[in-house]
Design a binder for this molecule. Structure first.
Ligand SMILES: NC(=O)c1ccc[n+]([C@@H]2O[C@H](COP(=O)([O-])OP(=O)(O)OC[C@H]3O[C@@H](n4cnc5c(N)ncnc54)[C@H](OP(=O)(O)O)[C@@H]3O)[C@@H](O)[C@H]2O)c1
Length: 206
């Protein structure tokens, strides 16, 4: 399988081509459909901003499945703090041993974090976890990065909800397997306000 990324300009949508074009269509449709300024995060030779001096925030990850755990480990490996929460608490134990803090509820994770990454099964689960008054209250003024796989309408809905609740929102698609997270070849595409991405790129450019 081959992959290539074409960047039209700094602020423009990346066109991703991987093997049989499925990802190219998906990336284009999802992110142009979002109607947001779109940002690309590109690993390897095209990545120019790694190592920039962002503020070191407190970070949280909701969902410690295969992918959420890989993200948490990559954050820790890059010396970012991480508070993790998972429905099945036992999955937090290896991450705690690796240096993560463990929250006992979504609200507690949100309270502990300036930037919170949601990486549960899908948007429906994210909605259920995030859209409670208690959690919304903790997320106000913070950054939510939604990395579950989904479709354009789900991304748009979550962005609208976040805006309505004073939450800065980035939507992302991980185009790799958990074992690729944190490697030079890993590709994650983010969409959302550029300033929010820029402020957090040292975390997001894993
Ligand atoms: N794995 C990949 O190769 C890959 C690649 C790209 C994108 N993704 C995307 O990343 C996301 C996570 O994938 P994954 O590989 O980490 O899947 P996974 O290993 O099956 O983990 C799923 C996660 O979602 C949680 N979850 C499921 N239903 C829930 C519910 N009703 N309430 C609370 N939490 C719930 C699980 O909690 P429990 O542990 O309690 O079950 C677990 O943390 C998905 O959207 C997936 O499409 C995955």
């Amino acid at each position: 399988m081959t992959s290539a990324v074409k960047r039209k300009s700094k602020d423009h949508l990346a066109t991703l081509k991987r093997g049989n074009l499925v990802f190219q269509w998906y990336g284009n449709f999802r992110f142009t459909a979002l109607g947001l300024k779109t940002i690309t995060q590109v690993k390897g030779p095209l990545q120019t901003k790694r190592g920039s001096k962002n503020a070191r925030n407190e970070n949280g990850i909701l969902g410690n499945g295969a992918m959420g755990s890989a993200l948490a480990r990559a954050f820790l490996a890059n010396k970012h703090t991480v508070t993790v929460w998972n429905r099945t608490a036992s999955k937090c134990v290896p991450l705690e041993q690796a240096g993560a803090k463990v929250a006992h509820s979504v609200a507690e994770a949100a309270q502990a974090s300036d930037v919170i990454v949601a990486n549960v099964l899908n948007y429906t689960v994210s909605h259920a976890l995030l859209q409670t008054p208690e959690v919304v209250n903790q997320l106000k003024g913070k950054v939510l990065v939604q990395l579950a796989t989904g479709i354009p309408s789900e991304a748009r809905e979550m962005e609208t909800w976040a805006k309505q609740n004073g939450i800065s929102y980035l939507d992302g698609a991980i185009l790799d397997y958990p074992k690729g997270i944190g490697t030079k070849e890993c590709l994650i595409i983010y969409a959302g306000p550029e300033a929010v991405f820029e402020a957090n790129q040292s975390l997001l450019l894993l």
